[in-house]
Design a protein around this ligand. Structure first.
Ligand SMILES: Cc1cc2nc3c(=O)[nH]c(=O)nc-3n(C[C@H](O)[C@H](O)[C@H](O)COP(=O)(O)OP(=O)(O)OC[C@H]3O[C@@H](n4cnc5c(N)ncnc54)[C@H](O)[C@@H]3O)c2cc1C
Length: 371
């Protein structure tokens, strides 16, 4: 493998970097690399108007990473710090409250907007969907071809195209992305909705025997985000119901206390996002020559870990630091990137698997870091 590009001299052209995918990983790595005066372009398959995306919990390490990349400028305005975790079970109607430290509720679109503040609009290309890479005889990628036929040449290609990454399938064709039995429905409802206003609490009901876990919290603008996590092997899917999501949500009311039931029944099923969680073993490397995978494209994580967003941000930070130190030796930078990231990612994969096993065997207790 030869993908070294010799060190830049003052007269040398800046590296041309193409980022495929403009989600959290793509936008944050843009910020890290643009700082180093590289020529960076993002290609995102969706149009500039994003309608989907709910929210998540960002933990203290995620906020710390945002700060280190220098992308936290409006974080206080778009996040809500959650103060308590209140869990309900069959036997308790009041709930058991535990103080929380460093847990922030954030809306996905708000965090994307915050990251977009640092992107030069000329560097962001919407409605551009990756199709395939073109390789030289020595295995170096020379160009990327988009589905509309546009061909873009570059020195480096960074794939941040999410959990179903096509770049990953093209480079690692034998890697298995497994569907798990942990399926989730996430829903964002307007301010004032629901009879259990959680305030600054993260409220959760868990029926581990039935494999049902419903949680909710409010965002900074008082919208309510709820999620219903269920064991698909016990409950099936909305697609199997005659009236789809409407019937499916009703089905869960038998397991839930009244206040939770009310939220399910009054929510607009059209606003519910159905999520099939995926797991994947750690890849043997995240790059092939001058093509690097980052974020969910490199390492999909189960939602139980709450580390998907943080890991994408961390990738951006580490990669920026390595480019700053390593100049243009791509093989070294990408190998060091893998060595730096792999232990942490492996730990999150293991934690996710353990939580999944507990969930499937009805033993999930304590603080499931899920959203
Ligand atoms: C629409 C959407 C909603 C989400 N909502 C939630 C949520 O509510 N809660 C939660 O915890 N996590 C959510 N996630 C996942 C979460 O954002 C990621 O797990 C995490 O932020 C890692 O980010 P990422 O940038 O690696 O992946 P993603 O955030 O998935 O971003 C990948 C980006 O690549 C783009 N893309 C994909 N294929 C191509 C292609 N062929 N060509 C060009 N671009 C491509 C996608 O449109 C997307 O913008 C959501 C992801 C998406 C895409």
């Amino acid at each position: 493998m030869n993908c070294s590009i010799s060190k830049a001299t003052p007269t040398q052209k800046p590296l041309k970097i193409v980022i495929l995918g403009g989600g959290i990983a793509g936008l944050s790595v843009y910020a890290s690399l643009k700082k180093l005066n590289f020529e960076v372009q993002i290609y995102e398959r969706s149009s500039s108007k994003r309608s989907s995306g709910m929210g998540f919990l960002l933990l203290e390490n995620g906020l710390q990473t945002l700060k280190e990349i220098g992308l936290d400028h409006s974080f206080n305005n778009i996040s809500k710090k959650l103060e308590h975790y209140v869990s309900f079970e069959h036997s308790n109607t009041l709930g058991v409250s535990t103080p929380l430290e460093g847990v922030y509720a954030v809306k996905r679109n708000d965090i994307l907007d915050m990251l977009l503040e640092d992107v030069d609009p000329k560097d962001l290309n919407y409605d551009m969907c990756y199709d395939h890479l073109v390789f030289d005889e020595d295995g170096t990628a020379r160009a990327v071809v988009m589905t509309d036929g546009t061909t873009i040449k570059a020195d480096v290609f960074i794939a941040a195209d999410g959990v179903y990454s096509k770049v990953r399938s093209d480079l690692f064709s034998n890697v298995l992305l497994e569907e798990t039995d942990d399926h989730e429905i996430v829903c964002l409802m307007p301010k004032g909705f629901g009879t259990v206003p959680p305030g600054n609490d993260w409220v959760k009901y868990l029926d581990s025997t039935a494999g049902v876990n419903m949680g909710m919290f409010k965002l900074y603008n008082e919208e309510l985000l709820w999620y219903l996590q269920f064991d698909k092997s016990k409950h099936g899917t909305p697609m199997e119901m005659e009236y789809g999501m409407v019937d499916f949500l009703k089905k869960f009311t038998e397991y839930l206390p009244d206040s939770f039931k009310d939220i399910l029944l009054k929510s607009d099923p059209g606003k519910c996002f159905y999520w099939k969680t995926k797991r994947m073993d750690l890849l043997p490397r995240f790059h092939q020559n001058n093509v690097l995978l980052i974020g969910d494209a490199a390492h999909p994580l189960l939602t139980f870990t709450s580390q998907g967003v943080n890991s994408a941000l961390r990738d951006a930070l580490v990669l920026g630091d390595l480019f700053a130190e390593g100049g243009r030796d791509l093989e070294k930078i990408f190998t060091d990137f893998y060595l730096d990231r792999k232990d942490e990612i492996e730990r999150y994969i293991k934690e996710g698997d353990e939580r999944l096993e507990e969930f499937s065997s009805a033993k999930l207790q304590g603080l499931p870091l899920v959203c």
